[in-house]
Every structure is written in C-alpha cells, then in structure tokens.
Write a protein that binds this ligand. Structure first.
Ligand SMILES: [Zn+2]
Length: 88
C-alpha cells in the first residue's frame, strides 16, 4: 500500500543522511489513522507519507535534506521525536 515513489525518495534521503532511517509510521488504514490522531485527509491513508524517527539533534539536518529532495510535507514532531515526510 506504500507509494513506490515515496520509497525511492526515502532511499535517497537515507543515502544523503548516511545513516539508517527508522520508519515509525507508514501506510495507515482509516481506523488506525483515527486511533493515532491522524488528520482526516492524511497522506498516510494513501501510502504517500512516512514518519521517521529523528531526535532533536538530527531534525534540522533531516529537514534540510528532505526539502532538497522535494518532499512536499516536512513536519517535525518536536516532542515525539520524529519527522513526517510526504509526497502529494
Ligand atoms: Zn506522519
């Protein structure tokens, strides 16, 4: 259910970052999305979003690299230690 384009982009991000990326959330069915408090129109519902574990020290670098790779949603979850990345 996950977008092949998203996987390609995540692989490019991993290569640029130079370290493994731990994906904490990918495709979500509607029930799961509601349970975790996801937005109604979340791109997780269409397999075009992934949340990647990122502590505070890595968030800025990952954000810059993700923007360079033209992810269209790049959102840091400050207290939850992850970065949400999506392609529309
Ligand atoms: Zn997300």
């Amino acid at each position: 259910m996950i977008s092949a384009l998203l996987l390609d982009r995540l692989e490019a991000l991993r290569a640029a970052f130079g370290r493994p990326l731990v994906i904490t959330s990918g495709y979500r069915c509607a029930e799961h999305n509601a349970r975790v408090g996801g937005a109604a129109g979340s791109l997780h519902l269409t397999g075009r979003a992934a949340d990647v574990r990122a502590d505070a020290a890595d968030q800025l670098q990952l954000k810059r690299l993700a923007c360079d790779l033209e992810f269209q949603e790049v959102i840091c979850g400050n207290k939850k230690h992850y970065i949400h990345l999506a392609l529309r």
